[in-house]
Design a protein. Structure first.
Ligand SMILES: Nc1ncnc2c1ncn2[C@@H]1O[C@H](COP(=O)(O)OP(=O)(O)OP(=O)(O)O)[C@@H](O)[C@H]1O
Ligand SMILES: [Mg+2]
Lengths: 421, 232
């Protein structure tokens, strides 16, 4: 029998029992749509979280910790493969006092390598990078943290004059002592850093070149009798050239005994968690499809019983058992396929509406006008989900049609022909 | 054409554990020649239908062989028997056994569909055959919109459509009045003459038996030749 004729045959049978087949398809559709919509929430939340993480921080960044972090270690790290930059920032565990034109502040001094910083997005709003040890760049919020002393602490008056070219003095001091060290170091502001990408991050730091280290060390040693350990502690951030290489680099570093932290690690954990979460949702959804499969089993069993005599005639004329089985399997597959197609279309509709309506409901519930920060996608249906759901749904339909189809092939011709019309 | 040797068959009846064997066919030996009309007569319950079912491959005999043109059909698998039926046999049943969901035309077309014949050729062949059996006017009627005689003509056309060399008929006129019966018998005879088809007709009606070239009588599980009615 030609395939075209088989399809014709199946179609004719389905047409004869429209209502029953329709109800069965409806059940299959509901089961499959339930699976897709349910799992789409998993995909939606996963995507939202990934976006959130990728958005906020540098994805290529790898934080590296080591007990023996120093210049030579950093130089070695720079020579590794797949590295775009190694930013080695050093700071002091000391209290700092800044005074500029009578305004005071306690901004942190950070020693860094401007060449490396430049490779990974450190840019200036105005001015230039430091050339001598007493030239510095200040963060974009430096001025807001300079306060006129003696004023009402509830209503501080902050500095709003020119910064470029200004000189300020810098004093260090121990946290548990009132008085700072007497030595004052003078710095000249030659540049102002660009605002951080996120507007909720404030950058009030002072960035200086490493050539200032000996001067500061001297002051420290002159004032502290028994210095415990180094004055400076370092913080190393490595940047891989590509996101794909973050994993390789961080694994290699781990093996060499460094402590490593990267967004990629965190992402991987999140991915693993959501993989399990999504699998769980698909499993729950599959139960709905299995319930629908009972309907398919029933419909097909009834179809076979009803057509016993016709099947007998077909077999008598010379239809092979294989063909009989195929025709019935095609019928249940058709129910599965049609149910799936409708379910996929329906799911996209539901997903679209959910993404449109749910944020409105949430913002109404939170009674906030603007939810600019809340960029949540509740439901996403990627093609992989459509594929998985279709495979499950059609497989279940065919499996539940299997036994009735087998039953059809086993029908005894003589008994079937004996049935009354 | 058909050669039957030592054919035995019995049915088990009664409840499980207390079954009784009822022998129906007790070692049949006979042959049927190409192009003849053979009728098999016998009392009700004598095993005529059982024999036909075995010949057609609906039922596997306990013992014995059937050869059709030299090939032993008794050793075929179910799928092979189905394919053999499709190509070699045609069937006419007492209660017609038409597909209720198909029109007269589609019923006749069905065996060709099963054989995988192209649509255009199918339409052509069915049309020709419907003209021969005189059903052109009612070709788009469903079985329940046809008279008994018309339904039997549809079933004859369906049996003929694949040009099988052998057609089995179990009480082909059993549900028809005597006038219609006569029509059908004439049709069978003319098809036998013009197309050389071998007919094996089961009946307990003497008028039907007499259209045959040869009559076999089923009695007590054995088949005896009842004499030639008229020459080929
Ligand atoms: N499936 C079966 N199980 C048990 N016994 C059966 C079965 N089919 C037929 N028989 C028995 O086999 C015998 C022959 O039956 P069969 O149908 O071949 O008779 P028949 O000659 O065709 O009769 P009729 O002229 O009434 O159609 C009968 O006694 C019947 O009871
Ligand atoms: Mg009978």
């Amino acid at each position: 029998m030609q395939f075209k004729d088989q399809l014709d045959f199946v179609r004719q049978h389905i047409k004869k029992n429209k209502l029953r087949v329709f109800m069965t398809i409806l059940a299959a559709t509901m089961g499959t749509a339930f699976l897709i919509v349910l799992a789409s929430v998993g995909f939606g939340i996963h995507d939202t979280m990934r976006k959130e993480i990728l958005d906020n921080r540098a994805v290529n960044e790898i934080e590296v910790y080591s007990d023996q972090m120093n210049e030579s270690t950093v130089e070695k790290l720079k020579k590794r493969d797949h590295i775009k930059a190694v930013v080695y920032r050093q700071s002091m565990d000391l209290q700092s006092t800044i005074s500029l034109d009578g305004f005071e502040g306690s901004q942190q001094l950070i020693i860094t390598d401007f060449k490396e910083e430049g490779k990974v997005g450190f840019a200036l709003k105005e001015g230039r990078l430091p050339k001598t040890s007493n030239e510095v760049v200040v963060g974009s919020h430096f001025a807001q943290n300079l306060i006129e002393p003696g004023e009402d602490p509830e209503l501080p008056v902050t500095y709003d004059g020119e910064l470029m070219g200004k000189q300020f003095t810098y004093q260090m001091g121990l946290y548990d002592e009132k008085e700072s060290f007497p030595e004052e170091t003078a710095f000249t502001i030659v540049g102002i850093a660009k605002e951080p990408a996120k507007d909720w991050i404030q950058d009030a730091n002072i960035y200086a070149d490493e050539s200032i280290i000996p001067t500061l060390n001297q002051i420290y040693q002159a004032n502290v009798e028994e210095p415990d350990g180094e004055l400076f502690y370092g913080n190393v951030k490595m940047y891989a050239d590509k996101l794909e290489n973050v994993k390789t680099v961080s694994n290699a570093l781990k093996e060499e005994g460094y402590s490593v932290y990267s967004i990629a690690d965190q992402l991987e954990q999140i991915d693993v968690f959501f993989l399990a979460f999504k699998a769980g949702l698909v499993f729950v959804g599959t139960i709905a499809i299995l319930i629908a499969s009972i309907g398919i089993f029933n419909t097909m069993t009834m179809a076979v019983t009803e057509r016993t005599r016709e099947i007998g005639v077909m077999k008598a004329i010379g239809a092979s058992p294989k063909l009989i089985q195929r025709l019935f399997l095609m019928e249940s597959a058709w129910i599965g396929i049609l149910g799936t197609v409708i379910a996929v279309i329906l799911s996209y509709g539901i997903s679209y509406i959910a993404n449109m309506v749910l944020p409105m409901i949430v913002s109404a519930a939170l009674s906030e006008e603007d939810l600019g920060g809340l960029d949540v996608t509740f439901s996403i249906i990627p093609w992989q989900l459509v594929l998985i759901a279709s495979a499950i749904s059609i497989t279940v339909a065919m499996v539940s049609g299997w036994r009735p189809a087998r039953k059809a092939t086993k029908i005894d011709v003589i008994q079937a022909l004996r049935q009354e019309l | 054409m058909i050669e039957v040797r030592e054919l035995y068959h019995s049915f088990k009846i009664g409840k499980k554990g207390k079954e009784k064997e009822v022998p129906v066919l007790k070692g049949l030996n006979f042959s049927i020649q190409k192009g003849e009309i053979v009728s098999i007569v016998g009392r009700s319950g004598s095993g005529k239908s059982t024999l036909l079912h075995i010949l057609a491959g609906f039922l596997t005999p306990d013992r014995g062989t059937i050869r059709v043109d030299g090939t032993m059909t008794t050793s075929y698998s179910e799928a092979e028997r189905a394919a053999f039926r499709l190509s070699t046999y045609g069937f006419i049943f007492q209660n017609f056994q038409l597909m209720p969901g198909l029109t007269a035309f589609e019923n006749v077309e069905l065996p060709l569909k099963l054989s995988g014949v192209d649509r255009a050729i199918r339409k052509q062949k069915v049309k020709e055959l419907l003209t021969i059996v005189g059903l052109t006017d009612v070709q788009h009627h469903y079985p329940n919109e046809l008279s008994g005689g018309q339904q039997q003509r549809v079933s004859i056309a369906r049996a003929l459509i694949t040009d099988p060399p052998i057609i089995f008929a179990d009480e082909p006129t059993g549900s028809l009045d005597s006038e219609t019966e006569q029509d059908i018998l004439l049709l069978i005879q003319s098809l036998n003459r013009t197309r050389g088809i071998t007919f094996i007709i089961i009946t307990h009606d003497d008028t039907v038996a007499e259209t045959a070239d040869r009559i076999y009588r089923m009695h007590d599980g054995e088949l005896k030749e009842g004499g030639v009615t008229h020459a080929v």
